[in-house]
Design a protein around this ligand. Structure first.
Ligand SMILES: C[S@@+](CC[C@H](N)C(=O)[O-])C[C@H]1O[C@@H](n2cnc3c(N)ncnc32)[C@H](O)[C@@H]1O
Length: 225
């Protein structure tokens, strides 16, 4: 593995949407979309990913998600909350945590929880899992920050393994051709499945085995790379 960022050299990328201190922008937007018969309305602004419309990869991910009725779900790298708010709206029995390193994103996600009148979701500033107080989840879902590179995404995968309950699932959407990420999912979890392919995107899932016996010990992470 070389630590090359997947998006290195892509000049069309939004500048620093994944930053802890993004440039402020006062321009705001309202995004509306319908999913599974429910209308979702999301406030957005400059300084966040895909500010004017829900990203196509995010839409592919949402369309492919098989959600349980209950449990705890983490939307990691939540942005303004497209994934987390949608899940909370579709499944009132799921407790949704949304986390992002970008404070503008978390502020918008919090507003969008209120805007969509969901009472089973919360949003928190967190650099990967560091702000989550060791919470455990049944599902972790992300449209990961490819622009931040493998230095962020590989620890995201490793941290998922240690933050998921037995039988818990990590679900990631990626642009087609980013093979190092599903490869790392397979290395860490011992399994990876392609669950959906559409419009140049791929959705991958890894699952923690029921016994949890093959859980990656903290000191084993380096060896497993
Ligand atoms: C591709 S965007 C997806 C945003 C949103 N989930 C969506 O689908 O529109 C990735 C998100 O990850 C966030 N991010 C980047 N690095 C992070 C980190 N170390 N910890 C938490 N979130 C991070 C970015 O700020 C950004 O909002």
């Amino acid at each position: 593995m070389t630590p090359t960022a997947p998006d290195q050299g892509r000049s069309e990328l939004p500048q620093h949407y994944y930053s802890r201190s993004p440039r402020r922008s006062d321009r705001s937007y309202v995004i509306k979309f319908t999913i599974k018969g429910r209308i979702i309305e999301l406030a957005s602004s400059g300084g966040v990913f895909s500010k004017e419309k829900v990203d196509l990869g995010t839409q592919v991910l949402l369309a492919s998600l098989e959600l349980p009725d209950r449990g705890a779900l983490l939307d990691l790298g939540c942005g303004y909350g497209a994934i987390g708010v949608t899940v909370a709206k579709l499944r009132p029995g799921i407790k949704v945590t949304m986390a992002d390193v970008n404070p503008i994103a978390v502020k918008l996600a919090t507003q969008n929880i209120e805007r969509n009148a969901v009472d089973n979701a919360s949003a928190v500033i967190s650099d990967l899992y560091s702000g989550l107080g060791g919470a455990r989840f049944d599902m972790i879902v992300s449209n990961p920050p490819l622009a931040a590179g493998y230095a962020v995404i590989f620890p995201m995968i490793e941290g998922a393994f240690n933050s998921l309950n037995p039988c818990g699932r990590l679900v990631l959407v990626l642009r087609k051709g980013i093979n190092a990420i599903p490869k790392r999912m397979e290395e860490v979890f011992g399994n990876v499945t392609l669950v959906s392919r559409r419009s140049g995107y791929r959705v991958f899932m890894s699952e923690v085995m029921p016994s949890g016996q093959d859980r990656l010990p903290a000191e084993g992470k380096e060896k497993a790379k």
